[in-house]
Write a protein that binds this ligand. Structure first.
Ligand SMILES: [Zn+2]
Ligand SMILES: [Zn+2]
Length: 367
């Protein structure tokens, strides 16, 4: 019985006190506003705790305390695998990432509650403007697509799931430092002995220590968007992170994470490894470096599950899918770069004509 009730109560729906319509989070006013009557309501920030880090090792060993777990209805998209969240009243919807219809909601998904959220700062209109500008800047994009995008195709506000990790690291290394020097050498050139300089490297063994504190390594906890999109959406103003409150999600969608905490840490650890290698090479100095081994002690690992906002448009145009993503905080745009063969061909032809004229003029002047 309680099972059924808990499914019908939807934390993402906030009815308007005046007319019962849906309230939505408004990025401009940071209030909830009713889509029907325009009534606004301030966010209830009482009882909100500051964003705190969670201990990674204890989460792995003992699990996360029950109050940090939430359950939502999730169905994976049959095309791209995105974990599409359904509210209690939805039966079917379009996958926001690839515009494929998804029929839900199947299994309840138990997961770690978000700790922090960067609320949307850009409204839908602002995001659309950024996207149109970006497309307009791609002179090689087909005119039809630019028009299609401008005509007010639906764009959707989605919160993407991320993990962030902090860690203290201390590394000990062994390696070699190479310092270059030059020697004079006599070689035969065109039958004559000639002196040339040859580069040599003097190697010596070195060892040392480096230490670094990693703050907020960001790991996307979803495979539904190609990394090239999401990586180029950075930087995110993580220092502006707000404590998680479901109110921010009103009127938006959220994707559930599908990269588990432990797997997220593996990605973060690889990032740390790369940065530490760079630190070690810098510490060795000289002209060249050889690194034999690095022994790193990682301690005080903490994590947070956070939600970051994007505006996203998935278009099908002339049988091809195009996706555009706008950072919901900064307006930075990324996407599939559509190009028109015709436009590129005519530009190439034009360039050849210009080069031809220039060549002609040059030959006239140089006579
Ligand atoms: Zn209302
Ligand atoms: Zn999909």
């Amino acid at each position: 019985m309680t099972e059924v009730q808990s499914q019908l109560v939807d934390p993402r729906h906030f009815p308007c006190q005046t007319c019962g319509g849906d309230l939505r989070y408004n990025p401009t006013s940071s209030h909830l506003a009713c889509v029907h009557c325009g009534e606004t309501e301030a966010l209830d920030l009482s009882g909100v705790k500051p964003v705190v880090e969670q201990d990674f090792n204890s989460a792995l060993q003992k699990g996360v305390p029950a109050q940090d777990i939430e359950e939502t209805q999730v169905t994976p998209c049959p095309n791209c695998g995105a974990q599409v969240e359904f509210d209690a009243f939805e039966k079917a919807k379009e996958c926001a990432f690839c515009a494929t219809p998804v029929v839900g909601a199947s299994a309840p998904h138990r997961h770690i509650k978000p700790r922090g959220i960067l609320p949307f700062a850009l409204t839908e209109e602002e995001a659309r403007k950024e996207m149109t500008q970006w497309l307009g800047g791609l002179w090689f994009a087909p005119n039809g697509l630019q028009k299609y995008a401008r005509k007010g195709r639906k764009i959707r506000g989605i919160y993407l799931p991320y993990w962030t990790f902090d860690a203290q690291t201390k590394s000990q290394y062994h390696g070699q430092r190479g310092d270059d020097y030059f020697v004079n050498k006599t070689v035969m050139r065109d039958g004559k002995p000639t002196t040339v300089q040859e580069r040599r490297t003097k190697w010596r063994h070195v060892s040392g220590r480096v230490a670094r504190f990693f703050d907020d390594i960001l790991v996307l906890a979803s495979p539904s968007l190609p990394e090239k999109f999401t990586k180029d959406l950075a930087p995110w103003d993580l220092s502006e992170m707000e404590p998680y409150l479901p109110d921010y999600l009103a009127g938006f969608e959220a994707e559930a994470y599908s990269v588990e905490l432990e797997d997220g840490y593996v990605i973060a650890a690889k990032h740390m490894e790369r940065v530490i290698l760079r630190d070690v090479k810098f510490d060795i100095g000289g002209d060249r470096q050889r690194v034999h081994d690095i022994n790193t002690q990682i301690s005080d690992v903490t994590f947070k599950h956070v939600l970051l906002p994007i505006w996203m448009a998935a278009y099908k145009y002339k049988g091809k899918s195009y996706r555009f993503v706008v950072n919901g905080r900064t307006g930075r745009v990324q996407g599939e770069r559509p190009y028109s063969i015709w436009k590129i061909a005519s530009a190439t032809a034009l360039a050849l004509i210009v080069a031809g004229i220039a060549g002609y003029l040059y030959s006239q002047y140089s006579q």
